[in-house]
Write a protein that binds this ligand. Structure first.
Ligand SMILES: Nc1ncnc2c1ncn2[C@@H]1O[C@H](COP(=O)(O)OP(=O)(O)O)[C@@H](O)[C@H]1O
Ligand SMILES: N[C@@H](CCOP(=O)(O)O)C(=O)O
Length: 315
């Protein structure tokens, strides 16, 4: 159960007195999620999600909360943060930075079909178009500096084969001119479990807490690696084309992006291999309960290297 910091109904009800959303009816911990403590909150006015941030500080959070508010204002299915009576999105509860967002309808689909992949591509293009007009900026917190630091930290725990793969991939990624690609605010973690389906419509995209500025194609690669992988980690060509075509129809991909596609898929695989390896080998006390399998992304990286330029692209 991923509730790391408890909240009592009395403390929450008191906290809600500085909001305009009524009084507390129900408080329920959410078991999914690996980063924060999340709760479903029902008040006399509506349904919300309360997040207590376990690692991000007060200073770091405004970027994410304002990005969500910006995207919601642009009509995207993103949980709008709720401002308190002092007009602040961020407060403190149980000693942790805390925020309320709207609860969105729907459930994740871990076996999406091609039609759903097209919708995800369409929606991601909308996130990128609106995100490029977002006034604040921060570097991708899981960008090149983090990658180098984390690679160094996990390297001693890897086998000789894995170390060779890691070293070669870091050198390859350092040779890629990412700055030449269109960039903007990206979600950076749009896995299947971070999108809720309401019928066949996108009910919402959640979990913006890895967002930052980076190549838009990197975001697309993170998403394709998760949404379009087959059982062996290879890319299913039908779902991959569907997702990319949904995206390309709304934000046409450039020749430079086409050329960088295999490298971005590799960069995205490396990013999740490293974060999972760090969570697995270097767990922080009491922080991570659900640790995902690092080898899945090591093998996806290997697959993308072997596939090279034969990787599917949009129609
Ligand atoms: N705005 C929301 N609307 C509906 N459900 C949500 C919302 N935010 C989070 N959830 C639910 O909470 C779960 C955990 O949220 P997530 O953001 O993935 O947590 P974490 O940041 O800890 O990884 C999700 O799988 C989803 O079921
Ligand atoms: N999507 C990441 C883990 C991040 O977890 P989330 O629950 O915050 O999305 C992975 O699969 O490694």
């Amino acid at each position: 159960m991923s509730v790391f910091t408890p909240v009592t109904p009395d403390a929450l009800d008191e906290w809600l007195s500085n909001y305009a959303i009524g009084h507390l009816i129900e408080l329920r911990g959410i078991s999914e999620g690996v980063q924060n403590s999340n709760f479903f909150v029902t008040t006399s006015l509506g349904r919300y999600v309360l997040t207590l941030f376990e690692t991000l500080s007060h200073a770091e959070l405004p970027f994410y909360l304002h990005l969500m508010a910006h995207l919601a204002r642009h009509g995207l299915p993103v949980p709008a943060p709720i401002a308190d009576l002092d007009n602040e999105y961020l407060g403190t509860l149980s000693g942790k930075p805390a925020a309320l967002v709207r609860r969105l309808s729907g459930a994740s689909d871990m076996s999406p079909n091609a039609a759903r992949c097209t919708k995800v591509g369409t929606m991601m293009a909308g996130l990128h178009l609106a995100g490029q007009r977002f006034g604040r900026r921060q570097e991708n917190p899981r960008g090149p500096e983090w990658r180098a630091r984390t690679a160094q930290a996990v390297r001693p725990y890897l086998s000789a084969d894995e170390q060779a793969l890691l070293d070669a991939e870091l050198a390859f990624q350092a040779s890629i001119d990412v700055a030449a690609l269109p960039s903007g605010a990206i979600h950076a973690d749009l896995f299947r479990d971070n999108l809720l389906w309401d019928g066949d419509e996108v009910g919402g995209v959640i979990d913006f807490y890895f967002a930052g500025n980076d190549a838009l194609l990197f975001d697309l690669a993170v998403t394709v690696n998760d949404w379009c992988a087959d059982a062996t980690g290879g890319l299913d060509p039908v779902r991959t084309r569907a997702l990319l075509t949904g995206y390309h129809t709304e934000r046409p991909l450039t020749d430079a992006e086409h050329a960088a596609w295999p490298a971005m898929l590799r960069a995205a695989a490396l990013r999740f291999w490293l974060s999972r390896a760090e969570d697995f080998h270097l767990p922080r006390d009491g922080e991570m309960v659900l640790v995902k399998d690092p080898n899945e992304y090591r093998d996806i990286l290997r697959q993308r290297i072997v596939a090279g330029d034969t990787l599917p692209w949009h129609d």
